[in-house]
Design a protein around this ligand. Structure first.
Ligand code: B1M
Length: 209
């Protein structure tokens, strides 16, 4: 089994120490970091996601897999960020109120930083008021919102409505993403852009700044 498959398998088994060791070995072997991320770490999380959906595993296993994913991410984060590129624009990023999922949001943050954007990461469970207050205080041009739960999607709409009330619509642009969100939902709530992953968010921001 190749090392990327082993990383994926150990994510599925929730072994954070093995994932850390294997990721370190893959880096030593000079496997491109994008492949380690996509064919190892993300592949493992996809398998876990499918098993969770089909009730083959339950929350404790998912939590262990998430911990293992983060162990690998710690090692590849600095590599994704290397490059010393001057900051292009400020993005306030967070997972919306009521949603604790942050792996995808963190990944998007790493990709944006790596591409030269200044990211103010508010973490998860972020209220609409906090998104907007931070963006105003920091002079950010973009608010990036993530959600994986269908129940918390309406919080994105609240943020966009608050921006309208404060006459900031268009001045602060909104990017939405996460497994629960679609392009059509983004259009329905009036978000500036829908991005399906971190690379797509980078592409979008590069195209508008
Ligand atoms: Co939960 N969970 N979870 N979970 N979890 C999902 C999302 C779910 C789809 C699983 C399922 O049923 N198949 C389901 C949601 C169903 C729905 O709403 N339709 C679900 C559920 C129901 C729940 C709970 C309610 C379970 C419960 O308690 N009964 C609960 C909710 C807790 C809460 O938030 N209030 C819960 C809890 C958890 C854990 C804490 C155990 C853990 C999260 C750990 C953590 O994040 N620190 C967890 C996990 C890990 C998952 C799955 C298995 C994997 C999510 C993940 O990290 N994927 C997930 C199943 C799945 O998605 N297949 C599931 C990897 C990550 C890299 O992908 O986050 O999609 P993702 O991010 C991608 C893109 O979406 C995009 O780019 C990323 C990189 O490619 N993207 C953006 C994300 N944000 C973006 C923002 C952008 C642009 C792109 O611009 C700003």
């Amino acid at each position: 089994m190749d090392i990327l498959q082993q990383i994926s398998e150990q994510i599925d088994l929730g072994d954070d120490e093995k994932v850390y060791e294997l990721t370190a070995t893959a880096i030593e072997q000079k496997i491109p970091v994008k492949r380690i991320l996509e064919e190892g770490l993300l592949d493992g999380m996809n398998i876990v996601g499918k098993k969770f959906k089909e009730h083959d595993i339950f929350l404790p296993e998912v939590l262990m897999a998430a911990k293992a994913m983060n162990a690998g991410m710690e090692l590849i984060k600095p590599l994704l960020l290397s490059g010393n590129i001057p900051m292009k624009a400020k993005v306030v990023l967070g997972t919306v109120r009521g949603d604790l999922h942050d792996i995808g949001k963190n990944l998007v943050g790493v990709m944006l930083k790596g591409a030269g954007f200044e990211v103010i990461d508010l973490g998860n469970d972020v209220s609409p008021e906090k998104f907007i207050e931070t963006a105003k205080r920091e002079g950010a041009q973009f608010i990036g919102m993530s959600t994986l739960l269908t129940t918390t999607m309406p919080v994105m709409k609240e943020v966009i409505e608050l921006l309208r009330i404060e006459n900031l619509e268009g001045k602060i642009k909104t990017l939405v993403g996460g497994a629960a969100v679609s392009k059509s939902y983004a259009e329905e709530i009036g978000a500036t852009a829908y991005c399906y992953d971190g690379s797509n968010a980078v592409e979008y921001l590069n195209s508008v700044i």
